[in-house]
Design a protein around this ligand. Structure first.
Ligand code: UD1
Ligand code: UDP
Length: 366
């Protein structure tokens, strides 16, 4: 019997910490041969290459170099570039992760050509179709033959959408596999200390959701809340390129750069970001992954969104949803600084072994 051929796809920042443990677990089995396709959705070194070096991911076997564009342009370019790769390599399964445009584009190409698709991080739903990621999640799950779920809410969501239970496996969270593996190396970097920050005495912020940063109204609120937080404690804000571009477009970059207590920087590598997150008094974010990572670390997290596709981080974890309102965010932050932030616990199966469970499902199927 030949090896099981698994073609893994990654394209944007949050994909790399999800494929890293999968590639490692697959490499551990002589029965599996895995390859990595990088779509090139993200291409700046600090949104892509840094994760290969920080996480020890082998270089991609194939790079599609698609770059940025509108949703239709980017999705179409990925599909066009991915189709010949698939036809040439003929894997047994295409393995996609998360909810970005690369995820849905490669799933659609594979399903149309009758290749089987496995979706890691299936079943998450914000029930908000104004989010591009929600469209990507719904479609990817409908196209998938194997669905790996990170938290229990995913099981109910997929059942409701008619996905047969035999295709669905609750395996835990591959992003947490990466965190658990690299936490001690991240701590050893002492990034807060290197930046002159005292532990538990600063706030870490990341914001890049179009609903928060694409319009002037949202940006002004972001600015006001960061300025207010900066009066209270140091705020480290690694700025996503989408956010930076919008701030510059609206002439707000200079004002934010001048805000007292706010330190702007380029997007950080995984280990530096984790080192900061681990020592932060609070994290303010709209990231999907950061909600989960703070829950695992037990660090209070204020998520500036009306909903989350990761409800377990609110039900069991340290996450709180807060409207994009400077006054409300200020109040919640104050509560956290008084030591009254959420405590929380780690969700079931977020134990560092999700990728191994996924590998074992593949081995059982074949
Ligand atoms: C994408 C994902 C989002 C994810 C985020 C993680 C989709 C629809 N969105 O959003 O779910 O949370 O990645 O970070 O897939 N840019 C650069 N350099 C890069 C990449 C992008 O400068 O390496 C700039 C470009 O101006 C680009 C903009 O950022 O137009 C947005 O990039 P894009 O990949 O379209 O969406 P993200 O906002 O990054
Ligand atoms: N992250 C990082 N550097 C940063 C900001 C985030 O390494 O400057 C990591 C973070 O720890 C998490 C992932 O990037 O592992 C989350 O990606 P992102 O917020 O871009 O996407 P989302 O999860 O919202 O789709």
């Amino acid at each position: 019997m030949g090896a099981i051929e698994l073609m893994c796809v990654a394209g944007a920042r949050p994909n790399f910490m999800k494929v890293a443990p999968l590639l490692r677990a697959f490499a551990d089995s002589p029965r599996i041969r895995a390859t990595l396709v990088h779509t090139g959705q993200h291409y700046d070194p600090n949104l892509s290459q840094v994760f290969f070096s920080d996480l020890g991911i082998p270089p991609p076997d194939i790079h599609l170099n698609v770059g940025s564009g509108s949703h239709a342009q980017q999705t179409a370019r990925i599909m066009q570039a991915f189709e010949p790769v698939l036809e040439e390599k003929k894997p047994d399964f295409v393995v996609v992760v998360g909810d970005v445009n690369s995820t849905v584009a490669c799933s659609l190409v594979a399903a149309k050509l009758c290749y089987r698709v496995a979706h890691v991080e299936a079943g998450l739903r914000s029930f908000d179709r104004t989010m591009p990621e929600e469209i990507n999640r719904l479609l990817t799950d409908q196209l998938s033959d194997l669905l790996f779920v990170s938290e229990e809410s995913g099981l109910a969501n997929l059942a409701r959408e008619g996905v047969p239970a035999r295709a669905v496996h609750l395996v835990g969270n591959v992003m947490i596999d990466t965190l658990a593996r690299f936490l001690s190396s991240a701590r050893a970097r002492k990034t807060p200390e290197r930046l002159g920050l005292s532990p538990k005495n600063f706030c870490l912020a990341t914001l890049h959701r179009p609903a928060n940063v694409d319009g002037r109204e949202g940006l002004l609120r972001v600015l006001a809340l960061l300025e207010a937080a900066g009066q209270r404690l140091s705020v480290v804000f690694p700025v996503h390129p989408r956010t930076r571009a919008r701030l510059e477009e609206h002439g707000l970059w200079e004002r934010l750069s001048a805000a007292r207590g706010v330190r702007l920087c380029e997007p950080l590598g995984y280990l530096d970001f984790l080192s900061l997150m681990d020592e932060a008094a609070a994290v303010v974010t709209d990231s999907g992954g950061v909600q989960e990572e703070t829950t695992y670390l037990g660090v209070p997290c204020l998520t500036l969104r009306p909903n989350t596709e990761r409800p377990v981080t609110v039900e069991l974890g340290t996450n709180e949803l807060v409207p994009l309102d400077p006054v409300l965010v200020g109040e919640r932050l104050e509560r956290i600084l008084r030591g009254q932030g959420k405590r929380g616990s780690v969700p079931p199966l977020w134990d560092g072994h999700a990728a191994e469970r996924i590998r074992d499902v593949f081995l059982k199927i074949f």
